[in-house]
Ligand binder design. Structure first.
Ligand SMILES: *Cc1c(COP(=O)(O)O)cnc(C)c1O
Length: 408
């Protein structure tokens, strides 16, 4: 019997909606691509997008900018980070997170990961006390949301300013409340592999007027902040405008135009992602030796990617498992590799971090942690097939592993 293979690409997103393309073409024809290049009485696409984004989250202020990583950096500065300040952050995150802390002049203090891939609350609490950090940059990494009540409790106890990295939780909720509304400021990405796609792009959202005024000026408003819709009043800007450095990283009208239309479809897309996630998860839950994380009842996640662990496998087995999957068209990524690979890198490859901590729990977790993208170009049958292939490759790897042991 020939083995089934999967034919679609794990990196193929859906096309940009036709209405978004039409609007983008209008912007191109108008030639006014810069967000402050507006006619008398005209409101830019970027400003409209910010107003719609803020309304979606239910917060007063939003800023669109160049990328998610840029948003993080600006959020830290706008929250008052001074050079040398310590910033607690999950060790299980993407490299732009420690990069943003470093770029803003902060010192990352990495925190352990629990078995369900979220920040380890015990370690967080301990490091908050021992490091005297003032900030927590919390990544809802790959869409996994920590117990937010517990996180807020630690923040309160240690007077930590919470900054949420919602690169994978746009549209998600914890206990009914939108992800990105728990901290002082939240950051989002509209890079191609996130929940909105403008190639590159990012957002900040906040209810804090002074923080947002600083973020707008940082982003390069050339004192034209009066043309924003989801920004605080002029008097707040007057307080910060001259002491806030311009770090040019604006969103342009072309990207804003294609994002506005996508935002209207976001909730529908989140539902579609979750159907796909559910189909794949149902298959994977049946695979012996494969562990799916426990996702709390309060977590209303967006299943745009899926993670699982193979706790019985060593590095050799993981590598052969990934090869078997790849040979059958299933692209599994691994977080445990010593060398950074594609979008994934392990915390110990961020050598710019001073006095890196030992993180045995995270290291052990990442050693068997696998990752799959779920683009919306897949359907539920695709997900069932992917699950079946992963199941077969897991069993096959396990059996190959047992032969030498039995012979020995
Ligand atoms: C993608 C991502 C970012 C940064 O987004 P970019 O737009 O690529 O800069 C930050 N944090 C996490 C967890 C991400 O996945």
């Amino acid at each position: 019997m020939t083995k089934k293979t999967f034919k679609k690409s794990f990196t193929q997103q859906e096309p940009i909606p036709e209405a978004a393309i039409a609007r983008a073409v209008e912007v191109l024809r108008g030639g006014r691509l810069h967000r402050y290049n507006t006619l008398e009485g005209e409101t830019s696409e970027a400003a409209l997008l910010e107003a719609e984004f803020a309304a979606y989250l239910g917060v007063p202020y939003a800023l669109a900018c160049a990328s998610g990583g840029y948003a993080l950096q600006v959020a830290l500065r706008a929250a008052g980070l001074a050079s040398g300040d310590k910033v607690l952050a999950n060790a299980f995150t993407l490299s732009p997170v420690p990069g943003a802390i470093h770029n803003a002049g902060g010192r990352p203090i990495l925190v352990e990961t629990d078995e369900d891939y979220t920040i380890d609350i015990g370690d967080l609490s301990q490091k908050a006390a021992s490091s005297r950090a003032k900030y927590l940059l919390l990544s809802h990494m790959r869409g996994h949301i920590a117990d937010m009540e517990a996180v807020l409790e630690v923040c309160q106890a240690h007077e930590l300013v919470l900054i949420e990295d919602c690169a994978h939780t746009l549209g998600a909720r914890w206990n009914g409340r939108m992800s990105g509304t728990f901290g002082k400021v939240a950051c989002f990405s509209s890079q191609t592999y996130k929940h909105l796609n403008s190639g590159e792009g990012g957002f900040l959202a906040s209810a804090d007027p002074e923080l947002m005024a600083r973020a707008v000026v940082h982003s390069g408003s050339y004192m034209l902040y009066g043309r924003h819709l989801a920004a605080p009043d002029e008097e707040v800007f007057l307080k910060v405008r001259l002491e806030t450095a311009n770090m040019s990283g604006r969103m342009d009208n072309l990207r804003a135009a294609i994002l506005r239309e996508q935002l209207r479809h976001l909730d529908d897309n989140c539902r579609r992602w979750n159907l796909l996630y559910g189909a794949l998860e149902a298959e994977l839950r049946q695979v012996p030796g494969l562990r799916m994380p426990v996702r709390p009842q309060h977590e209303d996640y967006v299943g745009s990617s899926l993670q699982f662990s193979l706790p019985g496998f060593g590095e050799t087995e993981i590598r052969s498992f990934i090869e078997l999957c790849a040979a059958r068209g299933v692209e599994v990524k691994w977080f445990g590799a010593a060398e950074p690979h594609g979008f994934t890198s392990r915390y110990d490859s961020w050598h710019f971090i001073e006095d890196p901590a030992e993180l045995p729990k995270t290291r052990a977790l990442l050693a068997t942690l696998c990752d799959l993208r779920i683009p919306l170009t897949f359907d539920e049958a695709d997900c069932r097939l992917i699950g079946e292939i992963i199941g077969e490759c897991t069993v096959e790897t396990g059996e190959a592993d047992e032969i030498p042991a039995a012979a020995g």
